[in-house]
Design a protein around this ligand. Sequence first.
Ligand SMILES: [Zn+2]
Length: 237
Amino acid sequence: MPIHRLIEGHHHFVDTFAHAQSEYLRQLASVGQSPDTLIVSCSDSRVIPELITGASPGHLFVVRNVGNMIPPYATKNMTVGSAFEYAIKVLGVQHIVVLGHYQCGAMAALRGLFGPGGQREQGTLGDSPLVTWLKYAEASYDEAVNRGVLDTAAWLDTLVEENVLQQLANAIEYPVVRDAVERGALKLHAWTYALDATRLHFFDPNQRRFVASDDAVSRTLTGEVSIPEIEAEDNVK
Ligand SMILES: [Zn+2]
């Protein structure tokens, strides 16, 4: 979409949504935000958390990055950790969702980066910004390799799902997250989004797999996972 279309789109937004919701938006501006949910989503232009959940301004605190990553706590990369601290301590969010999506370019790139069979020559990976960032998904890739997933046709879908669970395993390394979950003040959720079917999939700990939200039973799922369930998945090697 050309840039001038975005500016026209902004004027349309001012004349329609912002005009119709002016009282609500003024209240948000004066009182402040109090979203219930923090979503960590991919930067992919086809995945818009607010659009696919019907959320309005003030409803979601969103972190978007390449591959919906949460850098491991030990790396001291606090790009997502800073959002955790603010969202939990200041905003009091009650839910953190890691939202992956099928056909994710970041996950597809891992195979080229780390090698189709998991063989890699560390020295050849390089240290470009993108490569450095994608290394935060190395554990996701290794789990997929160890489960033999990369030999299957559905390897990319499974890697996407493994990565969501791995990023939640990274999330609970952050004391602010773990403490809030253990106090019962915060719930963690594993979601994926199917671009073609336009459906969210929620992790079902009972079946240990992601389930599409397309029937009455699956519509009761929220993708909530407990710390023991995340740790159990993280230990599948
Ligand atoms: Zn993506």
